[in-house]
Design a protein around this ligand. Structure first.
Ligand SMILES: [Zn+2]
Length: 356
């Protein structure tokens, strides 16, 4: 026995991060990741309201996530804040945390938590598909990978978002006398749809519902070019013929739509792969555009991380856990509650957008 080298037992992952009612708790680091209840110290993956909530003591997040929380909740959303850049490492208690791009929305991050020789990556929401409005997803090698499973079933294959944009533009060309109303979540999806339209060569003005103005202008202030944007408010009905408007999903089915000439209702969501969902929502033009990884994205990412253990959070956990165990990985659902009521992970048509 070597007496000069003290024996340091390898940390068990569950001693580093464990699910508690407030969220994922890192006891040795003294913080929670994306807590759903107010905590002393929160480390936050991205700005969607189910992950970024107000009322914490200290918040550590990317600058963009902090700015989005400020836009939504006001200046006093936390007692104190600290911005961290991608690739930067910060020591918290007995652990180090490092942020890596998650490719989900502007400023979204995976959080790598390392303690002794064990690394756990909490990926929050993520997608491996290309998105012109945020930094691309980065594969982080780790021992334990914590993954979402919003679209964790083999039926979910999102396809190419550019092809969905072509469908939208074909419809606009086909119905020049009608307005096109595209339901899209206000943070991330709306800006991505606009950017994809611009990439496809569409340079006409794009109209916005008032609920999207602040966050969309914020994207522009961070260098995301979105072209000529105008507000629906104050625009004459006749002038909206042949145009495209982005609106929160719930606005596309209420009286607000009466200000548009014979609107074609579209909805940009990974759920549009399910025909019944589109029908149920009265969506005439379903666009399969998601800010979450599809089945192939989830499984390819799990493989790429090299993790021997996978913890599955919100969504369709069972199939993904089964897929992992069939490949000899240790996998378990985390049974965290409180996630999935903003963006694509929204399951119920009734509570679709807090900002609408
Ligand atoms: Zn999200």
């Amino acid at each position: 026995m070597n007496l000069t080298q003290p024996y340091i037992p390898k940390m068990r992952p569950q001693d580093i991060l464990m699910p508690v009612p407030a969220g994922l708790c890192c006891k040795p680091g003294g913080f929670h990741i994306d807590p759903v209840r107010p905590v002393e110290r929160a480390v936050i993956t991205h700005g969607h309201s189910d992950h970024a909530r107000p009322g914490h003591g200290a918040v550590l997040a990317t600058r963009e996530t902090l700015d989005m929380m400020r836009l939504r909740y006001g200046d006093n959303f936390a007692h104190s804040t600290q911005a961290i850049a991608y690739g930067e490492e910060i020591r918290l208690g007995d652990v180090t945390v490092r942020f890596h791009p998650a490719g989900h929305v502007l400023g979204s991050a995976q959080i790598a938590v390392s303690c002794k020789d064990t690394c756990i990556v909490a990926s929050g929401d993520y997608k491996d598909a290309r998105d012109p409005t945020c930094a691309p997803f980065e594969v982080v090698r780790c021992d334990v990978f914590i993954t979402e499973a919003t679209f964790g079933l083999p039926v979910f294959r999102h396809g190419n978002a550019a092809d969905e944009i072509k469908k939208l533009l074909a419809s606009v060309a086909l119905f020049p006398e009608r307005a096109h109303l595209v339901g899209a979540y206000s943070l991330g999806k709306a800006q991505r749809v606009i950017a994809l339209l611009r990439l496809a060569g569409y340079d006409a003005p794009i109209y916005l519902h008032g609920a999207m103005e602040k966050i969309t202008r914020y994207y522009e202030s961070r260098g995301v070019a979105l072209g000529d944007l105008r507000m629906v408010k104050g625009t004459k009905k006749a002038d909206l013929a042949g145009t495209i408007t982005l609106a929160p999903p719930s606005a596309t089915s209420d009286v607000w739509t009466r200000r548009f000439p014979d609107p074609v209702t579209a909805f940009a969501s990974g759920w549009m792969r399910v025909r019944a969902r589109a029908r149920q929502r009265g969506v005439e033009l379903p666009l399969v555009i998601s800010d979450h990884a599809d089945w192939d994205g989830l499984t390819a990412t799990i493989n790429a991380t090299g993790a021997g253990e996978v913890w599955v959070t919100h969504g369709q956990e069972d199939a993904l856990v089964h897929w992992c165990t069939a490949r000899g990985l240790t996998a378990r659902p985390l049974d965290l509650v409180g996630y999935g009521d903003e963006d694509d992970s929204d399951a119920a048509p009734a509570d679709e957008d807090a900002e609408a």
